[in-house]
Design a protein around this ligand. Structure first.
Ligand SMILES: [Zn+2]
Ligand SMILES: [Zn+2]
Length: 243
């Protein structure tokens, strides 16, 4: 931001105080997130116990362990984690971001993810971040790739290089939300490809997506990357849908 833009924004904050992204009341103090303390404290943050592989949260008390789904059919990625449950205020924010095209919501969503998943990422130590790509036609209709915008902020925050076009979408697929669980798993087979094999071979790649639903998208991306010779795939998403 230039100096003038900074001054302009400061004046704007005095004239029009920033509002909480969730409850829309004016916020002071928590300026970078623009989420008031009350909303911040009631965010559906994912805590232990959770699945050590897919990151799905378990109800009640206990220790982290592998869920029955990940034991029966182990996914091609080694570990995935989400910051928030896909419910309540998190679901509303993501909905407005993706379907009401409020691209400025990338900032609170990415900053929350950066903060909540910081220790997971420090343990994993990925060498590169790669966003889940959108097909060109979807990109045209939405105007932005929601995962790429979030990955840009995560990359800056975590100081991990970002490979914007590490993966490309080779064909158009039916949106996953319109399919059953079984259909979702086959819908994406072979839908992703690595653009430049040399840039990913032998590397630990961390995928970035907005919502983990069945994990089918991340699995299809991970398979393409492993085929290209990546040594390890992990993943982070803003939210995890409980199903
Ligand atoms: Zn609020
Ligand atoms: Zn699992």
């Amino acid at each position: 931001m230039s100096r003038f833009a900074g001054i302009f924004n400061a004046l704007l904050d005095i004239a029009l105080p920033p509002r909480c992204h969730i409850c829309h009341k004016p916020v002071q103090g928590e300026i970078s997130l623009h989420i008031c303390n009350e909303c911040y404290n009631s965010l559906p943050v994912i805590n232990s116990p959770l699945c050590t592989v897919c990151g799905m949260p378990f109800e009640g008390e206990g220790v982290d362990h592998t869920c029955s789904r990940c034991i029966t059919s182990p996914p091609p990625y080694s570990a995935a984690r989400a910051a928030l449950r896909y419910e309540g205020s998190c679901k509303e924010l993501i909905h407005a971001y993706k379907y009401l095209y409020k691209s400025h919501l990338r900032r609170p969503l990415a900053l929350l993810t950066a903060e909540i998943l910081h220790s997971f990422v420090s343990e994993q130590r990925p060498e590169l971040l790669i966003p889940v790509p959108l097909h060109k036609s979807r990109l045209r209709s939405r105007g932005f790739n929601q995962s790429l915008l979030i990955a840009e902020t995560l990359s800056r925050n975590w100081q991990i290089p970002l490979l914007r076009q590490g993966l490309i979408r080779t064909r158009r697929t039916t949106p996953q939300v319109e399919l059953t669980r079984a259909e979702r798993l086959t819908n994406l087979k072979g839908a992703f490809a690595v653009k430049d094999t040399e840039s990913v071979t032998g590397k630990h790649i961390m995928l970035v997506d907005d919502v983990f639903t069945t994990g089918a998208t991340l699995s299809a991306c991970a398979e393409a990357l492993l085929k290209a010779g990546c040594s390890r795939i992990s993943a982070v998403t803003v939210a995890h849908a409980i199903n």
